[in-house]
Ligand binder design. Structure first.
Ligand SMILES: Nc1ncnc2c1ncn2[C@@H]1O[C@H](COP(=O)(O)OP(=O)(O)OP(=O)(O)O)[C@@H](O)[C@H]1O
Length: 371
């Protein structure tokens, strides 16, 4: 998949921006707060219809504007199509492919992009919510049924929690529990399957990035696991019943996939507690590279890779491994300075961003001469 061109209006700090990227490597340089991350965010929205930040839509619209527009031409599976996302203040957003209006589900179908930002380090360091979000986000990119089940599961949890807070109605509770067990088991089984795939791919990447260490990923379920689907549903129901007293006290549902977690271990030590900064960075990079592998495998297209300020903290050998793994992927790399040691072998385009304006250079030499 390749972004051929991008034009944005009233998005974040950009009033109007036209961007013609290289089909392989794009290096975007600019001082702090110039709009580098905002540009990556626009590309991400162009491909997947929503931001990678948990930003509200009205934060995406340039201050004092009523709507933002992200227009792009994207090549995917040998087709070149025009895409448009309209983000509206206090109104629903609109999505178009070749001027035909679609819902977001159909807009983003077959599209694939992966982003790494410094905030992704929270996947390891912060609470289980960040790890569940990472996993749900990855699976939702390739499995529409999972995304649908997850949405329904969350709605039922919301209703069940409401019930726990007010006068409890046991008949209704039984209905919710039955639904939760059914959808919850499907979610659990899909997650376990993906955790295995993520572990398989990221083990290899981590081994290379860390210089030989082994990475283990374990799914920590709040409900005991069983390989039989029907048996698992019974266990799920049993655990919902068993934890009802505690749920009523705490006024929320304490067991189920919405409370589960992931554990990342290096040399049998949990990285959340013992991981060094460098190890945590390598784990998250391995996870992102494995996401790229999984999307490639499932969607049969090469995703767009967005790397926000990744190289500033990486040593030479890790940078080299990362660069070698790009192979044919269109990438967008942002950086505050032109790190010539790392970028000099990359053939692509160089851009300089300053206060929402962009200048492009075809070669590193030209960048140096004209800057
Ligand atoms: N809705 C908005 N309207 C106007 N300006 C905005 C909006 N949202 C964000 N900005 C501004 O965009 C600017 C650039 O942000 P961005 O995160 O892209 O910077 P950056 O170049 O990635 O910087 P850094 O190197 O510090 O990460 C910020 O100064 C921010 O205040």
């Amino acid at each position: 998949m390749k972004l051929i061109d991008l034009e944005i209006f009233n998005f974040r700090n950009y009033e109007h921006l036209k961007f013609d990227p290289n089909e392989n490597v794009n290096i975007i340089i600019g001082k702090n707060a110039m709009g580098k991350t905002n540009l990556l965010e626009a590309i991400y929205i162009a491909t997947l219809g929503k931001s990678f930040k948990s930003a509200k839509d009205n934060e995406l619209i340039r201050i004092a504007s009523q709507s933002a527009e992200i227009n792009s031409t994207i090549q995917n599976f040998d087709y070149e199509d025009t895409y448009k996302v309209e983000i509206n203040l206090n109104k629903k957003n609109n999505f178009f492919i070749n001027d035909e209006q679609l819902n977001i589900k159909n807009y983003k179908r077959d599209m694939a992009s992966v982003i790494f930002t410094p905030a992704d380090l929270n996947i390891i360091k912060f609470g289980p919510n960040d790890r569940r979000k990472y996993l749900d986000n990855l699976i939702s990119k390739v499995d529409a049924m999972y995304e649908y089940n997850l949405l329904n599961y969350k709605k039922i949890i919301f209703e069940r929690n409401k019930l726990l807070k007010k006068n409890i109605n046991y008949d209704l509770l039984e209905v919710y529990d039955f639904q939760l067990a059914q959808i919850g088991v499907s979610i659990l089984r899909t997650r376990l399957n993906y955790v295995k795939q993520i572990e398989k791919h990221s083990k290899d990447h981590f081994m290379n990035l860390s210089g030989g260490d082994d990475l283990k990923i374990t799914y920590l379920s709040t409900i005991p696991l069983n390989s039989e689907e029907s048996e698992m549903e019974k266990i799920f129901l049993k655990h919902l019943k068993k934890s009802l007293k505690r749920d009523l006290e705490l006024k929320y549902t304490t067991v189920g996939p919405h409370r589960d977690d992931l554990d990342f271990k290096i040399k049998n030590l949990s990285s959340k507690i013992f991981g060094s900064q460098g190890e945590i960075r390598s784990i998250v990079l391995s996870l992102k590279l494995s996401e790229l592998d999984i999307l490639r495998e499932k969607l049969k297209t090469n995703p767009i890779l967005l790397l926000d300020d990744v190289f500033s903290e990486l040593d030479k050998s890790r940078s080299k491994y990362l660069i070698d793994s790009f192979n044919g992927t269109q990438i967008f790399i942002t950086s505050t300075d032109l790190n010539e040691n790392i970028f000099k072998n990359l053939i692509g385009k160089y851009f300089n961003i300053s206060n929402g304006r962009i200048i492009d250079y075809d070669r590193l030499g030209e960048y140096n001469e004209r800057k």
